[in-house]
Design a protein around this ligand. Structure first.
Ligand code: AMP
Length: 395
């Protein structure tokens, strides 16, 4: 059998990220991004091999963008795409793993839309468009939440009245599951430990950030909750705040729920604290030149991350290593170093040269002698989605 090709699609409300994954090749033959969909500025960017190209597609929505990228994907796949893997953000309690998309699966994803009103409807648009164009191909849904369905009840329940859980699905679900799963498996490979007998703390630090405790290949706790707002300081998201903040802002400033949601999701985090930017690279530069907001944002980010990792350690029977991943985790030696300074009780010490070396896709172990392992592991959510899709084609 020749090596199979999977088209991986990640639909946002106005964008589609895509990659063609060949099971025998380490790099993607094709990858790209359609953005500003539905607007006059809609544009498709792609990279085929080493060649980068763009095409303006004014007014194009998801279906029209997929129509444009289909011939590109077919060409890059030599005319043979074997399946499509869709990232779906919220699987609720219904989905404990990836699954072939059927009418029942679509109905269940729709039923979860209340839990992720910004994400699941966009994911569904992508799935509908892909079925309209590739009706004959098997399509698989890979959920951000599914990996965390192994959390024990004491980790996933909120201390609120039971009927809110039983009748209204109020519980912690966790996100970034594809990434936590991928990097913990990869760390086991890198250290020659069996996945089924290894314990990791993982920190996925991108625009969204979360930590996870992974025991023998299963998630036992994670920092995001019912929605991707809980937990760490993120690019524009606040992470944890006192839940009474909502009523306080309503009483004192007369803010509506929509205003509060917007502030916590879009105007907070690194952006809100620094008053400058949600981008860690910008903050790093500004911090060096003494910008007080950037210095504070960096400090709060690292301290809160360390606190979350220390909390996650409660879910581990032993620690085989701490893993950094995501745009910040893979690139910022300063964040890694400052975070570990807050975790002295764990005895973490970094090899500063190894720490500095791990950037731009270079991974490896970065601890000094005598310290528990610390690893930088580049994440690859597209590869993990393709692996899940391939596994279901084999069934
Ligand atoms: P992601 O969502 O995984 O693409 O990560 C985006 C985040 O990674 C942004 O906050 C970027 O500032 C950050 N990032 C990317 N490269 C670097 C770098 N060299 N140093 C610090 N942060 C970086």
């Amino acid at each position: 059998m020749s090596a199979r090709n999977i088209l991986v699609i990640n639909c946002g409300s106005s964008s589609i990220k895509f990659a063609l994954v060949n099971e025998a090749q380490a790099t993607f033959p094709l990858q790209g991004l359609a953005e500003r969909l539905g607007s006059p500025e809609a544009v498709l960017h792609w990279q085929l091999g080493d060649e980068k190209q763009s095409l303006e597609i004014p007014g194009a929505a998801h279906l029209a963008a997929l129509e444009q990228l289909l011939p590109l994907a077919q060409e890059a796949a030599g005319g043979k795409i074997d399946g499509i893997g869709h990232r779906v953000v919220h699987g609720g309690e219904h989905f404990t793993g990836s699954c072939l998309i059927t009418d029942e699966v679509l109905a269940a994803i729709r039923a979860n839309a209340q839990l992720a009103p910004l994400h699941n409807p966009a994911n569904l648009i992508g799935i509908d468009a892909a079925f309209a164009l590739f009706a004959e191909l098997p399509q698989v849904a890979v959920f951000d939440t599914a990996f965390h369905q192994t959390m024990p009840e004491h980790a996933y329940r909120y201390a609120v009245p039971e009927f809110l859980y039983k009748e209204h699905n109020v519980r912690r679900y966790g996100f970034h599951g594809t990434s936590h799963h991928f990097v913990s498996k990869r760390a086991a490979e890198m250290t020659n430990l069996p996945v089924e007998d290894s314990c990791w703390l993982t920190a996925h630090l991108g625009n969204g950030c979360s930590t996870c405790a992974v025991v023998n290949g299963e998630s036992r706790d994670t920092s995001m909750g019912m929605t991707p707002l809980e937990g760490l300081v993120m690019g524009t998201r606040s992470g944890d705040v006192d839940p009474n903040l909502h009523s306080y802002l309503h009483r004192t400033l007369g803010w509506s729920l929509e205003q509060i949601d917007r502030m916590l999701n879009h105007d907070s985090g690194l952006k809100g604290l620094s008053g400058l930017s949600n981008d860690m690279r910008t903050l790093y530069e500004a911090r060096i030149s003494g910008h007080p907001g950037a210095m504070l944002a960096f400090e709060v980010f690292c301290y809160r991350l360390a606190k979350s990792l220390a909390g996650m350690a409660c879910a581990l029977p032993k620690l085989d290593g701490l893993i950094f991943t995501g745009g910040i985790g893979e690139n910022s030696s300063a964040v890694r170093s400052r975070t570990l300074e807050h975790l002295k009780l764990f005895n973490f010490k970094l090899d500063e040269q190894a720490n500095a070396r791990c950037t731009r896709g270079v991974g490896g172990e970065i601890q000094a002698a005598g310290s528990p392992r610390v690893l930088v592991v580049p994440t690859n959510e597209e590869r993990q989605i393709a692996l899940d899709t391939l596994a279901l084609l084999d069934v």
